[in-house]
Ligand binder design. Structure first.
Ligand code: ZN
Length: 152
């Protein structure tokens, strides 16, 4: 394992050990849950949304290191972001993990922590572990649109 891979592994393990924004919100506007039966990961999200923008986010759940670390990073990256920006971030995240994808160093500064997941390229069956929290979060769009809650 080279130096950068060791650094990436450390970033993931640190987020797993001390996840950011772990817990619940007192009065969430939305609660979302999603599981990944292949690995046994389950993520629960409490959100405070303002229109299509995330104001506050907390998560609880059980899962492998990849899933928990991804959820932890997600809560840091998505606060004060709107759903379009979050969808864009997820596309970028999937590109990092795509075994067929071209490694695009030009984007490497976009968010260094997400780069830590590039090692998953060798284990494509684990990509679902990392995308699970993001997919859980993006379910909120349907809830907002169905209830007609969002005001822009
Ligand atoms: Zn997993």
């Amino acid at each position: 394992m080279n130096e950068i891979q060791q650094l990436y592994q450390k970033i993931i393990l640190d987020h797993h050990k001390n996840p950011k924004n772990y817990g619940t919100l007192e009065s969430p506007t939305h609660e979302l849950e999603k599981d990944n039966p292949i690995c046994g990961d389950r993520i629960h999200l409490d959100l405070k949304m303002h229109g299509f923008q995330v104001e506050e986010i907390r998560f609880t759940g059980m899962g492998c290191a990849l899933c928990i670390a991804s959820a932890s990073m997600m809560t840091e990256l998505t606060v004060q972001q709107n759903l379009e920006e979050i969808e864009e971030l997820l596309r970028y995240f999937k590109e990092i993990m795509d075994p067929e994808g071209m490694h695009n160093d030009a984007k490497a500064t976009y968010n260094d922590n997400l780069q830590a997941f590039e090692g998953i390229r060798k284990y494509p069956s684990r990509i679902q572990c990392a995308t699970l929290p993001w997919e859980a979060l993006l379910q909120v769009r349907k809830l907002i649109e169905n209830r007609g809650e969002a005001t822009i």
